[in-house]
Design a protein around this ligand. Structure first.
Ligand SMILES: Nc1ncnc2c1ncn2[C@@H]1O[C@H](COP(=O)(O)OP(=O)(O)OP(=O)(O)O)[C@@H](O)[C@H]1O
Ligand SMILES: [Mg+2]
Length: 256
């Protein structure tokens, strides 16, 4: 049951520092390409939380309040969604959480799982350059980003998969990218889809840049030792909560 599909998610649980950064920040807000979301495509790819009437959106609406409260306490607004290992449901949770938040706040969803990016495909975005290209040197973040028409949701897809992701995450462009996120308008929330903590050092590099982490636990798969090791590695980055995904029974609530 743990690995089956369906209503399985249980919720348990600045200012720009230079004119250049400000220019890039305003670039993606103003120049993102508009795209019309195709409802069927989103549903086929497990993205339901743009429609608050869909019962499958309910856990994410509950999660939204808890995440926004946690971020407010941290005086932050850049949140990474991560987990210990592959396929625990990070992208599923990040995409739906970003959709739920975008119903009430300006939101950016960023795919930083550069080795196995899925956000562009799941939202039905054209397969064009993305964050990877920005990190490799392209200056125009706006032209690499999409905005869902009639929604308060900007999407920064990763572009084509990269085996050299650690090199890109160590580049000065990576810090600059986060400066633009932190320099965005005060009400904007950024949700980052990430690689697994235990798979490479990518998530550790990302965790140093974010305000907090939401940790996804896959019921029946994530082990206690994986959890302990992941939290040890994330030491220093606030974990705003853990979320039990693919749960057998719903419990409600986020564990802080
Ligand atoms: N709660 C859920 N309900 C239904 N399907 C889910 C749920 N969580 C995850 N899935 C599905 O399980 C698969 C793996 O999920 P996802 O891609 O989100 O994992 P991931 O942790 O991001 O993987 P990776 O480590 O490759 O980034 C996907 O097909 C996704 O749609
Ligand atoms: Mg993923």
């Amino acid at each position: 049951m743990a690995a089956s599909q369906g209503a399985l998610l249980t919720v348990t649980g600045g200012d720009a520092s230079s004119p250049d950064q400000a220019a890039v920040a305003s670039d993606w807000r103003l120049n993102s390409r508009n795209i019309v979301a195709k409802g069927d495509h989103l549903l086929d790819h497990g993205i339901y939380a743009l429609d608050h009437k869909d019962p499958r959106a309910r856990p994410f609406i509950l999660l939204r309040s808890q995440v926004l409260n946690a971020l407010e306490k941290l005086e932050g607004r850049v949140l990474a969604v991560t987990s210990a290992s592959a396929l625990n449901g990070k992208s599923h949770v990040a995409a739906n959480l970003a959709c739920a938040i975008s119903r009430v706040r300006e939101t950016a969803l960023v795919d930083l799982h550069l080795r196995r990016p899925v956000i562009g495909t799941r939202f039905g975005l054209p397969a064009v350059d993305g964050i990877r290209s920005y990190l490799e040197g392209s200056n125009d973040l706006g032209q690499l980003s999409f905005r869902l028409q009639d929604e308060r949701l900007a999407i920064h897809a990763a572009g084509t998969a990269s085996e050299d992701s650690s090199d890109l995450l160590l580049s000065p462009r990576f810090g600059k990218f986060f400066s633009t996120l932190h320099a965005g308008p005060e009400e904007a929330i950024c949700i980052i889809d990430t690689p697994p903590v235990l798979e490479s050092d990518d998530m550790l590099l990302i965790s140093k840049q974010v305000d907090g982490v939401l940790f996804v636990i896959e019921e029946g798969k994530t082990t206690k030792s994986e959890l302990v090791e992941s939290f040890r590695l994330l030491n220093g980055t606030p974990v705003v909560g853990t979320l039990l995904n693919k749960a057998i029974k719903p419990f409600g609530g986020i564990h802080g």
